[in-house]
Design a protein around this ligand. Structure first.
Ligand code: H79
Length: 461
């Protein structure tokens, strides 16, 4: 801790010199002095996890996608923006937010049974409302709602007890902060908007406010990740992001921070731009999966199960369990993590369609988790026709989506020799295979074992 803090101070002083030195080694985050080995150690649990639960929970669960009889195709947590709700009116949702059915044990059970290894919950979304007991502002769940309790405290404790990493989402965009206002045609100046402006002197004041909240979050709940968002404001610069990154790492040196702390991300395709070094430890794809693998880069895709992050009572456009499981496999085969969202209700319940789908994922993961956890991207140079692949030292996992009609699975060569092949669920029964110049052909059973994805293990040398 002491050495790290000393290093931190040195890093401020030597900033530019270090950036130049570290460009040669992309594994080293330019904004923090750290060797590749130190970074690998810090990132190791996150790289192994591959699968986490995103939770969008806030005051927006009260209107649940409807305001003054108006509904929208837009995302639920943005209702203050798309329904043009003035701050003073939006605040009234706090008086109706009473999640008496919230049960930390149940939420953590749902995540754990799905095979998820971490939870990222909204501590504060764009609406500015703190879902934890904050001393910095009264606009929080303990002081402003009839619930008068801090659900985050229970959730953090329960997650840790059950071996899940507990993490926070935190929005830099804040529609409630007094110095922030909207300057857009047809918009109430205190409503939500894609961008806000800050009154003169407001930025310094707001950065101080964010830092105080982040200090609370880190010292009270000890999160493993800070997942920033809403950073695309004109008033937020990459230098601000770097400064905030340093601040958070100084409070907890082994914390992991996404690239939305600064201005690095390339839109919804969330990898960091490459014209310079940007703050942040991993890229953040939103509602999309990259077409090709990104081996050796840390990234995650966050996705919803229906079309909203925050609860909307009428959104019934649910993805099937098959799509969700195959997304998890697809992402792992490209070397990323899948951060899958749930949007609990204002009563504190995770919607039943989400719970059902997570149970299906868990059923698949219980049998096939070895092909996901701790794996790295597919070793093949092209995408497999029949499905996807992941790898571990000496092993390749083939995820078969489309079962070959003749039972013969053609696997292209990738420079390793296959010594043994078997279905992951029946390791004692070897599969026959023939080697040829362009790969191996495996003889599979006539029928698929799991129509969503059957996993074949290849042992290699
Ligand atoms: O919290 C959820 C959403 O509320 C939030 N991110 C997820 C995790 C979010 N989703 N959509 N948006 C925020 C809208 C932002 C869209 C854009 Fe942009 C901002 C489009 C243009 C500016 C993103 C940032 C793409 C380019 C810059």
């Amino acid at each position: 801790m002491r050495t790290l803090n000393t290093l931190l101070i040195v890093s401020f002083l030597l900033g530019s010199q270090l950036a130049a030195q570290q460009q040669a080694s992309p594994q080293v985050n330019a904004t923090f002095i750290e060797t590749k080995a130190q970074r690998d150690r810090r990132m190791s649990w996150w790289r192994e996890a591959r699968f986490g639960m995103f939770i969008h929970w806030g005051l927006y669960a009260v209107p649940a996608g409807e305001y003054n009889g108006k509904r929208s195709d837009r995302i639920g947590e943005w209702i203050m923006e798309w329904a043009n709700i003035p701050r003073a009116d939006y605040e009234k949702f706090a008086g109706q937010f009473n999640p008496v059915k919230f049960d930390a044990k149940e939420w953590v059970r749902i995540a754990k049974d799905a095979g998820m290894k971490y939870i990222v919950i909204t501590s504060k979304h764009h609406d500015g409302f703190a879902m934890y007991g904050s001393k910095v502002s009264n606009y929080n769940i303990v002081d402003a709602t009839p619930y008068r309790r801090d659900p985050i405290k229970e959730l953090a404790a329960e997650a840790k007890k059950r071996g899940l990493k507990f993490c926070f989402y935190y929005s830099i965009l804040d529609w409630h902060y007094p110095a922030a206002y909207v300057d857009a045609p047809g918009k109430d100046p205190t409503a939500g908007n894609r961008t806000t402006k800050l009154r003169p002197g407001g930025k310094e004041e707001y950065v101080k406010y964010m830092k105080e909240q982040l200090r609370e979050l880190i010292t009270k709940y000890d999160p493993a990740v800070l997942w920033f968002d809403g950073e695309w404001q004109d008033w937020w610069t990459e230098a601000d992001g770097q400064e905030l990154y340093h601040y958070v790492r100084a409070l907890k040196p082994d914390i992991i921070i996404n690239n939305r702390v600064g201005r690095g991300r390339q839109g919804m395709q969330g990898m960091s731009k490459t014209d310079q070094e940007y703050a942040g430890d991993f890229g953040t794809h939103e509602q999309q999966i990259p077409a090709n693998g990104l081996p050796g880069v840390d990234w995650a895709s966050c996705m919803t199960m229906n079309t909203t992050w925050g609860f909307k009572f009428y959104d019934d456009k649910w993805k099937s369990s098959e799509v969700i499981i195959r997304n998890l496999i697809d992402i792992a085969s490209k070397g990323g993590n899948y951060l899958l969202n749930v949007g609990p209700t204002a009563e504190g319940l995770i919607p039943a369609p989400s719970v059902e789908r997570l149970a299906a994922v868990g059923k698949w993961m219980k049998l096939n988790g070895a092909s996901i956890y701790g794996t790295t991207a597919s070793p093949f140079s092209t995408q497999l026709k029949f499905g996807r692949a992941t790898s571990k030292p000496g092993l390749v996992y083939l995820h078969i989506f489309d079962w070959p009609t003749d039972g013969a699975l053609r696997v292209p060569a990738w420079g390793k020799t296959v010594t043994k092949a078997y279905l992951l669920t029946t390791p004692a029964r070897s599969l026959r295979f023939n080697k040829s110049a362009d790969g191996v052909t495996l003889q599979l059973p006539a029928q698929s074992v799991d129509p969503i994805a059957t996993v074949v293990v290849l042992e290699t040398k």
